[in-house]
Ligand binder design. Structure first.
Ligand SMILES: [Zn+2]
Length: 97
């Protein structure tokens, strides 16, 4: 693959956030490119694991559970989510649309 500067992009494995990640590095301008799949993989590893006890609260006439602060970057006010309820497990899952 050619870089925009005319140099040659060579694949290399580097540590990003402590994770071995494949990137392409230009042999001329040293620009680094990361593939989308690799970027997503690296980012997933960084996602915080959440296991927290929370209280069901009342918002108007509805019941609500607040989303942990750590997840603020992923759930913005106004985002649409799909709520799934599994009555066997008494489990609610919330998936971003
Ligand atoms: Zn270059």
């Amino acid at each position: 693959m050619k870089c925009s500067c005319g140099g040659e992009m060579k694949e290399k494995t580097v540590k990003i956030f402590g994770e071995m990640t494949k990137v392409s590095v230009c042999n001329k301008c040293r620009k680094e490119l990361i593939g989308l799949d690799e970027a997503i993989r690296a980012q997933r590893k960084l996602l915080p694991k959440i296991h927290e006890k929370r209280k069901v609260i009342k918002v108007g006439i509805s019941k609500a559970v607040t989303i942990p602060k750590k997840l603020d970057p992923f759930f913005r006010t106004g985002d649409k989510v799909i709520i799934n309820f599994d009555p066997k497990k008494m489990e609610i899952t919330i998936r971003k649309e």
